[in-house]
Design a binder for this molecule. Structure first.
Ligand code: LRH
Ligand code: MN
Length: 431
C-alpha cells in the first residue's frame, strides 16, 4: 500500500529539479575531498539514509512557558491531526518514520484505527510516554508525587496508568515505555529521600514485571523541575542504579536538557554504553535549564561529541548497543513542523560528521598522548560541512532537497489554518 502523502509529490519533484544540478556538483566535490581523507562518501550517505529519529507527538503543537503560549495557526487538535503533521515531516525529511506518543494527551477510543491511520502514512509508533505529572479530573492528585507518593493509593493509580500505557503500546506496535516522573520536593525536610526512592523501586517493579517479551522500559532522569529542591530520579547515577536493580530490560534515557549546564553528557553516554544501560535519547538543546530548544540550535558541538560516543560504540560493536533516538522539544516561536524537520536534520548532521572521524588515527595519537593531534583529528568531522550528504540522502529517499522550502511552497500551514479553526483552550499537551 503506497503511503498517502500530505504534500503534492509533483511539487517536491519540481522543487528538487531546480536544485539537483548544484547538489550533484557539490556531492561530487565532497566525494573528492573525503576520498583524499580515505573516507567513502557513498558509505556515509547510505548510513544517513538508514538513520531515523522519532518525532514527539506533543512536538507538532506549539509549546509555551508558564508565562504564555502563542499557538501556531492551524495547530493540530487531536492525535490524528498530529500524525498528519508528522507525515509531512517524514515525507519531506525522510528521517522520522516513527512517532513517540504521550498518554493521556494522545488518548483515542479506537487504537486499531490510530495504528491504521499512522500506517496509511507509512509511519509507526516508537516508545510510549506515560504521564503521572498532571492531574486528571476525578483522579487522586500527583501534587506530592506519583510512583513515590507516600499514599499507597496514589502510587497504585500511577502504576495502573503505566500498565495502561503498556497495553496501549502493545496495540500500537510500540516496543518500549518511557517513564519520566517529576516527583521530588521544594523544601529541605519535606521528603525522606531514601524512602522516596524505595517507593519508586517498589512501584517500578510492578510496571517492569508487566513488560511484554522484547519490550524495554526507559528511566528518564531530570535534575529539577517541577520539583525545585530535590528530584527523586535527578541524575544518571540514580537512573543507572535503579535500572540495574529492576532488570536487564530496563535502561536509561538521556534527555539532553535534563542536566546542569556544565555537565559532560557525552561521558555519561559512554558510561551507559559501557554498562549496556543506554536505552535512548530525547534530543533537544538548552542554554540554561530544560529549555527544550531545537536540537543543534545552541551547542551543535555538544551533540557532535555525543554522537562521537554513539558512532564509536557502533564501530566497535559494543554489546547491547541499541539506543532509541527521539526528539523532545517545545516550539514556542517557530512553526513546529519546520523546527522538527530542521532538528531531525541536525541529529543526522552530528551522526554524519562523527562518521568522518578517522578512528584508527585517533586511537594511535590518544595512546601516544599527542593531545593536539588527537583534538584535531577528533574535530575534523565537526568542521566538515555535510549538508550535501543530508540533502542527497533525502533526494534518494524521495524527499525534498530543501524541506523547509517545499513546505513553505506547499502552503500546508495556510491550508490547515482554514481546516483547523483554533479550538479555545486546545493544546498539544505540554502547556
Ligand atoms: C520532561 C520531559 C519528558 C516528557 C515531557 C514532555 O521534562 O522531558 O520526557 O514526558 O518532557
Ligand atoms: Mn524528555
Amino acid at each position: 500500500m503506497t503511503p498517502s502523502t500530505p504534500i503534492d509529490t509533483e511539487l517536491i519533484a519540481k522543487h528538487n529539479a531546480g536544485l539537483e544540478k548544484d547538489l550533484a556538483a557539490d556531492y561530487e566535490h565532497l566525494g573528492a575531498v573525503l576520498a583524499r581523507r580515505g573516507v567513502d562518501l557513498e558509505a556515509i550517505t547510505a548510513r544517513i539514509q538508514r538513520f531515523a529519529v522519532a518525532i514527539p507527538s506533543w512536538g507538532v503543537g506549539s509549546g509555551g512557558t508558564r508565562f504564555a503560549r502563542f499557538p501556531v495557526a492551524g495547530e493540530p487538535r487531536n492525535v490524528f491531526e498530529k500524525l498528519e503533521d508528522c507525515a509531512v515531516i517524514q515525507q519531506l525529511g525522510r528521517a522520522t518514520p516513527t512517532v513517540s506518543p504521550h498518554f493521556p494527551w494522545d488518548r483515542v477510543d479506537d487504537l486499531r484505527e490510530l495504528r491504521e491511520f499512522a500506517r496509511s502514512y507509512g509511519m509507526s509508533f516508537d516508545a510510549v510516554n506515560s504521564n503521572t505529572f498532571e492531574d486528571l479530573p476525578g483522579q487522586l492528585s500527583y501534587k506530592f508525587g506519583s510512583l513515590t507518593h507516600t499514599d499507597k493509593a496514589v502510587r497504585e493509580q500511577a502504576i495502573a496508568h503505566n500498565l495502561e500505557c503498556i497495553e496501549i503500546g502493545k496495540q500500537l506496535g510500540s516496543g518500549a515505555l518511557t517513564v519520566w516522573i517529576g516527583d521530588g520536593s521544594n523544601f529541605p525536610g519535606q521528603l525522606n529521600m531514601t524512602k522516596a526512592l524505595e517507593r519508586y523501586l517498589e512501584s517500578m517493579r510492578v510496571i517492569v514485571a508487566a513488560l511484554p517479551d522484547g519490550w524495554r522500559a526507559f528511566i528518564e532522569h531530570k535534575l529539577y523541575e517541577p520539583a525545585l529542591y530535590s528530584t527523586v530520579i535527578a541524575d544518571w547515577g540514580t537512573s543507572f542504579i535503579c535500572a540495574t536493580h529492576l532488570g536487564a530490560n530496563v535502561q536509561c534515557l538521556v534527555d539532553l536538557g535534563h542536566h546542569a549546564p556544565t555537565t559532560n553528557i557525552e561521558q555519561i553516554v559512554s558510561r551507559l554504553i559501557q554498562f549496556q544501560r543506554l536505552g535512548g535519547f530525547h534530543f533537544n538543546d538548552s542554554k540554561y535549564g530544560d529549555d527544550d530548544l531545537d536540537t543543534g540550535s545552541i551547542d551543535p558541538f555538544r551533540l557532535y561529541r555525543v554522537f562521537n560516543e554513539l558512532v564509536d560504540a557502533s564501530a566497535r560493536g559494543a554489546p547491547g548497543f541499541d539506543p532509541a533516538y527521539m526528539l523532545d522539544q517545545s516550539h514556542n516561536v517557530t512553526d513546529p513542523i519546520e523546527s522538527l524537520m530542521a532538528s531531525a536534520m541536525e541529529v543526522q548532521r552530528a551522526c554524519a560528521q562523527a562518521l568522518l572521524i578517522d578512528r584508527d588515527a585517533l586511537e594511535a595519537v590518544q595512546e601516544a598522548n599527542d593531545v593536539m593531534l588527537a583534538h584535531r583529528i577528533f574535530k575534523a568531522g565537526f568542521t566538515t560541512d555535510v549538508s550535501t550528504i543530508l540533502a542527497e540522502a533525502r533526494r534518494r529517499g524521495g524527499g525534498a532537497i530543501d524541506p523547509v522550502g517545499v513546505y513553505r511552497a506547499s502552503k500546508y500551514r495556510a491550508h490547515k489554518t482554514k481546516e483547523r479553526p483554533a479550538a479555545a483552550g486546545s493544546s498539544s499537551g505540554i502547556v
